[in-house]
Design a protein around this ligand. Structure first.
Ligand code: FMN
Length: 225
């Protein structure tokens, strides 16, 4: 049996589920588009993907989660997160941090949803500097939730000009980098799920992850080797 055939067989036997959360509920949200594009990378890596729309869960503010009427909503949200192997977190830069929408949703969760999971980060910002603070705060949150936050991350500045209406990034290099985040999450989630060392090594050797090459052939800044 060829190594590629073994890898295909491993892929089929290990179903990987990657979900995305967007910290913006705005209708034409750049964050949502960034999360969706990162999920495409996870899908290309063989994962089942889903955007978990935070507006659809009717989540209460943290502290009110035990009130009548809120328990079920929070449990539905948490159980769907628990069923995932990897999570893409996307946030707009809001007042130099992640959005309150995403922070509140994360505050309703705990290590039960995140421990041992692969987490990928993407951020968008209205300003030129990008979503550096949101990303850094999310990385800290991921660590405190005992998640494995993958090294690739994407910060998109000038968010109003970053995506076409159909959700395609205007700069193809941004698209490559978003997909790399999703690919890393799916790839390492699969490695994490391998049942034995032989499977792990075959997966690892067949697909060493890697750089996002931009469409003009140059390495993207901020990507990893
Ligand atoms: C209340 C508020 C605070 C913001 N703070 C920042 C900020 O600190 N830095 C920045 O670059 N952009 C900031 N922005 C701009 C947003 O990051 C930008 O509009 C982003 O695209 C919003 O995300 P969305 O398109 O996913 O809805 C702020 C926007 C709002 C509404």
């Amino acid at each position: 049996m060829l190594v590629t055939q073994i890898v295909d067989a491993v892929r089929e036997s290990l179903e990987i589920r990657v979900v995305g959360l967007s910290g913006s509920l705005r209708a034409p949200s750049a964050t949502r588009m960034a999360v969706q594009y990162a999920l495409k990378g996870a899908e290309e890596e063989g994962a089942k993907v889903q955007v978990m729309d935070l507006a659809a869960y009717n989540l209460p503010y943290w502290g009110l989660e035990r009130e009548e009427g809120n328990v079920k909503a929070v449990e539905r949200f948490r159980s769907e997160l628990r069923a995932s192997d990897g999570i893409i977190l996307g946030s707009p830069e809001i007042h130099g941090s992640l959005s309150g929408v995403l922070k509140n949703a994360l505050d309703l969760t705990g290590i039960e949803e995140f421990e041992g999971k692969m987490v990928g980060l993407v951020g968008v910002a209205g300003g030129r500097v990008g979503a550096t603070e949101a990303l850094s705060h999310l990385r800290t949150i991921g660590r405190s939730l005992h998640a494995w936050v993958v090294p690739a991350q994407v910060s998109i500045g000038d968010s109003a000009e970053a995506f076409k209406l159909n959700g395609e990034p205007i700069d193809p290099e941004t698209g490559d980098r978003l997909k790399l985040v999703g690919r890393q999450v799916a790839h390492f989630a699969r490695l994490h799920k391998c049942e034995n060392h032989a499977q792990f090594l075959k997966e690892w050797e067949a697909h060493p992850l890697t750089t996002a090459e931009s469409s003009n052939g140059k390495r993207s800044p901020g990507t990893i080797k």
